[in-house]
Design a protein around this ligand. Structure first.
Ligand SMILES: [Zn+2]
Length: 234
């Protein structure tokens, strides 16, 4: 009985290892379980997203049985990463990283900044739900970034853009900032994403602790809406 239990245990350890190594090369349509999520390191999670974007750009995305995945994730989800992205219709994290049901959490807000609510969502995704990687995903030609550059005023948008304006100040722009300056818009998009990455650990003691323990990584990236290619900051 004991030996049988050990055999089953080692078989399951083996299959988790096999899953992790296969996932590094090409992601299968098997949904993540708590075991396979646990066997995925932050670096392996990053590799999965890089490989997924490579597939997206190459036009070789996975064709998974979504109804099977629906059934397989109905009782529990074990996503390996969480993405903070913009609401932009051209940058859905699941599509540009070629991920399917149960693979990644996505928090989306215009201009992909982090505030208390987004940080709380990230703490849930990592500390409570086990995700190994936090990605702040900016993108080119971002309307929210352009709005912040122009100091646009409209209803609640005015207050929302205040989350991005501090990044603009850091650029020490000479003259009156304007979204007509395409280089400025991209510099602000980069700065805003980098500031959001820094803020995650500055404002969340929970995530700072997970990072210190090596359980979670926080990285920034920039999606080019004309090519689909994602460039990583680190
Ligand atoms: Zn945007």
């Amino acid at each position: 009985m004991v030996s049988r239990r050990l055999a089953v245990q080692s078989l399951s350890t083996l299959s988790v290892a096999a899953f992790a190594s296969r996932a590094n090369a090409e992601q299968s349509c098997e949904v993540f379980t708590s075991a396979t999520q646990g066997a995925t390191t932050p670096d392996a999670a990053l590799q999965l997203l890089k490989a997924g974007n490579d597939r997206f750009v190459a036009g070789t995305t996975r064709n998974c049985d979504m109804l099977k995945q629906l059934k397989d994730t109905a009782k529990q989800q074990s996503p390996f990463a969480v993405v903070v992205g913009c609401i932009d219709s051209r940058v859905p994290p699941e599509l540009v990283f070629d991920q399917r049901l149960g693979d990644i959490f996505a928090a989306r807000i215009a201009g992909n900044f982090v505030n208390t609510d987004i940080l709380g969502s990230l703490e849930f995704a990592t500390q409570l739900a086990g995700a190994k990687l936090i990605v702040v995903l900016g993108h080119t030609e971002c309307g929210a970034i352009k709005g912040a550059a122009d100091n646009a005023k409209l209803g609640n948008l005015t207050a929302m853009l205040e989350n991005i304006r501090p990044s603009l100040k850091k650029l020490n722009y000479q003259g009156v900032p304007s979204s007509k300056d395409k280089e400025l818009v991209q510099r602000l998009a980069d700065q805003n994403a980098k500031d959001a990455v820094a803020k995650v650990t500055q404002k969340s003691a929970v995530i700072k602790n997970l990072v210190a323990l090596g359980k979670v990584k926080v990285v920034g990236a920039m999606h080019d809406i004309s090519t689909g290619k994602i460039t990583w900051f680190a």
